[in-house]
Design a protein. Sequence first.
Length: 261
Amino acid sequence: MKLPLLTLCLIVPMASAARAEDSDGLRLSLGAAGVYRPEFKGSKDYEFKPLPFVGLRYGRGDYYVALEGASLRANLVPGGFLEAGPVVAYERGRKDDIKNLAVRRLGEIDAAVNAGVFVRKSFEVGDGDLAIEVEALTDTGKVHKGKLARFEVAYDRQLTDRWSLGLDASAVWADRKYMQTYYGVSARGAAASGLSPYAAGAGMETVQVGASLRYRINDRWSALTHGAYGRLVDSAADSPIVDRQGSANHGQLVFALLYSF
């Protein structure tokens, strides 16, 4: 049974996930992971977090429901030409115990649940699989009240009977409400933090590239690692949260041990 290369709940984007074989029934993966990442969007301070691993896929013919990274999605398109359907995605916020005192005074940002639609097209390229995906999402609650679009290209290849490689590149566009929530500084926030007031505008938020490597220990157990580098751009990079207190460059490392059945 071929399993997704990366299905780390709340850790790793879909882009680096290898595609599961089309088959009926339920496939489930559980495990533990450690992630080294910025404390919040634009932070120069990093944290290490032990997090649970959850991956699943339930399929019937061309239709499926799958948990991929921080996203739960369902394919509603028959025929196998492309995949499309609803998607729900978790997005972590900014906690009130971060190291940066100035940004801490701006206040906590709750985690958001975004919902929308996705379209994905896959191709066989050489000995691997190439996937192109677009997501359009909106906030389901009152966290950022905005809209965003995510573009992604991923390539996955089986190197040997035990080793698999994944490569991915992605970009995110967001509207003014989204950008203001994570990168803006209100007059009240400026008075509390000492930062200059800043009105963030709509535009590209970030671009990112990543790579993953998986080792199949046996039929049930696998180990994997994923690394990514991204850069905030446009209005996000110009924010005093990023420009003065943080960094436009950000990275992430993930290590995980999986049990699949």
